[in-house]
Design a protein around this ligand. Sequence first.
Ligand code: GCB
Length: 639
Amino acid sequence: MMLRVLWLFAAFDAALLLDTGMLFPRESSSREVKALNGLWAFRADRSPNRNQGFERAWYKSSLAETGPVIDMPVPASYNDITQDPTLRDFIGWVWYEREVTVPARWITDGLRVVLRVGSAHYYSVVWVNGVKVTEHEGGHLPFEAEIGTLLREDPTMPCRITIAVNNTLTLQTLPPGTIQYMNDRTRYPDGFFVQNINFDFFNYAGIHRPVLLYTTPKAYVDDITVVTDFLDNTGLVRYNVSVQGASSATVKVTLMDKGGHCVASSTEPSGVLKVVDVSLWWPYLMHESPGYLYSLEVRLMAADGSSTYEDVYALPVGIRTINVTSTQFLINNKPFYFHGVNKHEDADIRGKGLDWPLVVKDFNLIKWLGANSFRTSHYPYAEEILQMCDRHGIVVIDESPGVGIKDIRSFGNASLTHHLAVMDELVRRDKNHPSVVMWSVANEPAAEMNPAEYYFKTVITHTKALDPTRPVTYVTCSNYARDKGAPFVDVICINSYFSWYHDQGHLEVIPLQLNTQFEDWYGKYKKPIIQSEYGADAVAGLHNDPPVMFTEEYQKEVLQNYHSVFDQKRKKYVIGELIWNFADFMTTQGILRVVGNKKGIFTRQRQPKAAAFILKERYWRLANETGTLPLWTKYPCPL
Ligand code: GCB
């Protein structure tokens, strides 16, 4: 009953067919952006059914008028901001509110004012001045609403933005979860319930990414899709511009190089631009100038009666190709070996909130390590992070939030429909990033269950239809003989934890077991393989020689045992290795976790453990063998 109430407001129709674009808001001569980051008023709805906010319409007046509020930073998870354990572990609706002064010049007839939330976990409802403007299901992708029309109704009103966010996970959400009520009154108080999840990271919640207001003219560039190729020295940029708000418009597209010189242009809304003497987009450590980006400037001119509109949007474009053979992953027709990491959006205090110092520090660590890639385990990361990847040449496996699909009821129609919608949103958001080279539709689902076959066939086919230019994978840990999803993927991604979750303490079994794993999978599917996770927990500062579990020595030796096999197989069909994990991260409490998962090669505060130095030595050696180091680096120590 409680669950129904908790979820009542989340069971709205999800927009399945995406008929609008989701371009990242950028300033231009026709567009302004105003960030609403900072302190918002905040209240968790602690009423027994968590529904008082809706019953008493908290969105109708200022939040401070309907009860006590606290300061809450945006972007940030709310969980670790206070000393209150009940807020850390809160399940249900929380309410955010902020009043904004909108420049008077924005409230004119010819402009759209768009409110955009980078992400809020998990279900959100948004009001402006008490009027509902949008709602969104899903914790890791942006959503927006045009609010200019509403603001124009009474330009004297301030703009009060209220956002209610619910972190409840159900069998149909991505990731899935269940609410369990404890009805034994001798053991649990009245109304006691817990959220069960099947994934290994803390279910941080709140407004995790920037909230922005931005303007566009009434007629505007709604979406741009770019697909690139090259022939000898000529780059090819196939593009398509979609326009909203005008029945007829003229479009001019200009491709500019890094120096701002025009290298190609057209006056068609779609077509192919030819770039002579192309500078290709290359991954970090594969070329001396990685991450080369052109800028595609789209200029739209439209007329409507006596009004004319001009809109300008500039999209960064990297020209590169991706191809997969039965043994290789090719970027620009050259074999690419993934030597990288799995990450989490996770840090002290801010939880999953976007934090620039952390983002930049992580990129510096990735480059220090000699890593050329990461997987966005286990959900889409902030767009700002992907933009950094484009610029620095860090290759990305872009993963959906399909993690922990373990219950057979999560393979049903409602889940599948939602999974397809999430893939729509993910591809719509990330399709133009040159750094994104593969889609991962899920992590470690119960792939042995019968419905998994239809489920993954459908999700993978759908994703390929959305984007025929990139390979698709899902990440498996199950026994190859029982796996129902692998036949549909382009690249096999396998997670394994030999001498950790079994054969504890027996480091000597790793080479044999890993060799068997690779031979079995390749033998069966004849597809290239990425070791998408491997590793061991190490509590920083814990030592023992000979190694025992949880010490830095043990973590180091697990890695070295894996590496010996990678070195044999990477000459054949193994195309990558991604350590689990880049940094320690928070999880739910349990007997297998010591204040979180400690498989990081860096601590949660980004200090290296012994394993980081092993990996650094290895990655720079691999880069030296397989790539071209940037001029400023000198093996083995780049900095
Ligand atoms: C896995 C999961 C990852 C966990 C990791 C572990 O296979 O994909 O989410 O954190 O193992 O440390 O157990």
